[in-house]
Design a protein around this ligand. Sequence first.
Ligand SMILES: [Fe+2]
Ligand SMILES: [Fe+2]
Length: 277
Amino acid sequence: MTKPAGAADALPWRVEDLDFAMLDPALTRADETLFFLLVSASFIETGADVYTGNLLAYYRDDAETSAWLSAHWEQEELQHGRALRTYVRRVWPEFDWETAFARFFEHYRTTCTGEQLEPTPALELAARCVVETGTATYYRMLLSYAREPVLRQMLDHIRSDEVRHFKHFYRYFRRHQQVAGHGRLRIARVLWHRLREAMNEDGYIAFHHAYAQRYPDRPNTAATYAAFRQRITRIARAHYPYAMGAEMLLTPLALPAPVRRHGVKAVGHAFRLAGFR
Ligand SMILES: [Fe+2]
Ligand SMILES: [Fe+2]
């Protein structure tokens, strides 16, 4: 995808601004779970232009949304990938990121096809709100968990970007929804569907290829991934912002205030019980 003129200037922060002189690798290097969480995120963020192509085509008649997607959203997501990759390389220099990413991408691109977009532009924007809820809360969780200063600096920038992405997608969703007028049940189904997808498939593919690269001689099965998920669940119980996630997730449903309060509680509780699964 060609980069629009002035896109780099539009970035709210830059990888080059991170103060790597402050890096204290001893605070992260021994943390295997964090390694796989960061590598997985770097893969998915770097692969963002696959989605952008699909979305741009889908919203070509919507000048405001497509201009924002290409001038801001795509550039910011790709920078997230660059920042995470840079960090991984500094702390775990023995990990061959390029080779692992190439294998991941071969696999991942086959799962990102235009046919997977929701049937109307409004519903796809609601689904994008779920994805941004997932990323905003994921980085918020990692920020709460992380102790290393450069990692914290980077995660703080990324989570602010993700919250802003959510707000943009939500604003565009409302504009389309005013015309489309989809019922709550239909929107809820889309939210649920995208939530399950975001929690399962992408994360599994990313972990699988990261693990294969790091431990080529070890078994890399469903059980390996399940053990990793258990470790994430333990981190999530202590650090995942459940209320924030539930609040954001339900926003596109535009529920009346009392229902919304109960809904946020119920969904937050369900997230906690599910332990991210
Ligand atoms: Fe991102
Ligand atoms: Fe995002």
